[in-house]
Design a binder for this molecule. Structure first.
Ligand code: ZN
Ligand code: ZN
Length: 305
């Protein structure tokens, strides 16, 4: 089963040197989540043969243009391509007004149900749930209200050992085994121990998206133990004072967060337009956290089960 993150845009304020505004696409089995939607997101989706209307929900971290200016264009395309299934967008207060005005003055009545859910709260908050996944938001410290997101698979069932289970077994016993229970007779005596007939469940995977933020160790408790961690890294260490003044982070600080949070892998991005060559970002981060990769357009990061 798939758990893969595709980088659609890795840049910040101004699109430069082939780096587009920020957008990520997370695929968990058949579900596709778009996370931020900067200008150029549609072109990226097309370049990598990812259909707009396969997206199930969109998560917008904050209302700086480099994170959402592609959104109305994407919604318009979904409408023109005949979308009928509902689209949920999680976004800060104000986005509903922005989209409504753009649709109003283009006299567009979209063909599908657009549900806008306003992000609120100053702690970890469950915002979306399916039978197999959860999504939580958490606050980030930026110049405007900003939220990060954690996408998790729910705990999975134990796996049946087909070579060990009795030949004639009832469906309800299979269900008991998958839920971790032993098989018992009418008097409650254990006939088969669960561990003798099953394998442990497959791993439940997770991805945390930490959008624009000043260096903020308060987020560590929210993202602890995550498999994939994206953390913005707008500047190199030498510009730490500018990073802090503009409510951004350096590559070293992003690595410090990943290390303290026991993340398995760190992806850094949102590079300032002042840097043409971004290789230094990784060299700097790996000194603190070895498992660091650069976000680059088209790059895919998958987590095994
Ligand atoms: Zn930004
Ligand atoms: Zn920002």
């Amino acid at each position: 089963m798939t758990f893969c993150l595709k980088i659609l845009g890795s840049g910040s304020s101004v699109p430069v040197y082939g780096r587009l505004h920020t957008a990520h696409l997370l695929t968990i089995n058949n579900t596709r989540y778009l996370i931020d939607c900067g200008e150029g997101t549609q072109l990226s989706l097309m370049k990598y043969h990812l259909k707009q209307n396969r997206i199930n929900a969109i998560f917008i971290s904050h209302l700086h243009g480099d994170h959402y200016l592609g959104l109305t264009g994407l919604i318009s395309s979904m409408h023109l391509l005949g979308r009928h299934k509902p689209l949920i967008i999680f976004a800060p207060p104000g986005l509903s007004e922005i989209i409504s005005i753009q649709l109003k003055y283009s006299n567009t009545v979209i063909s599908f149900d657009l549900r806008l859910i306003v992000l609120t709260g100053n702690r970890l908050h469950l915002i979306h749930e399916t039978p197999t996944q959860t999504v939580h938001s958490f606050p980030l410290d930026h110049r405007v209200p900003c939220w990060g997101f954690i996408f998790r698979e729910k705990p999975k069932s134990r796996r049946i050992n087909k070579e060990k289970i009795p030949e004639k077994i009832l469906i309800r016993d299979i269900i008991r085994l998958k839920s971790g229970k032993d098989l018992t007779d009418h008097s409650g005596r254990v006939i088969y121990k669960n561990k003798d007939l099953t394998f442990p469940p497959k791993k439940s995977r997770s991805y945390a998206y930490c959008s624009d933020t000043v260096y903020d160790p308060r987020i560590i408790s929210y993202i602890n133990g995550v498999d994939l961690l994206y953390h913005e890294s707008t500047f190199l260490k030498e510009k730490e004072d500018i990073a802090s003044k503009t409510y951004h982070t350096t590559s070293e600080q992003a690595a410090m967060i990943a290390k303290a949070a026991n993340a398995k892998k760190l992806i850094i991005g949102h590079y300032s337009a002042r840097y043409k060559d971004i290789s230094e970002f990784r060299s700097e981060a790996v000194k603190t956290f070895g498992e660091t990769e650069l976000a680059l357009e088209g790059k895919t990061f998958c987590v095994e089960e």
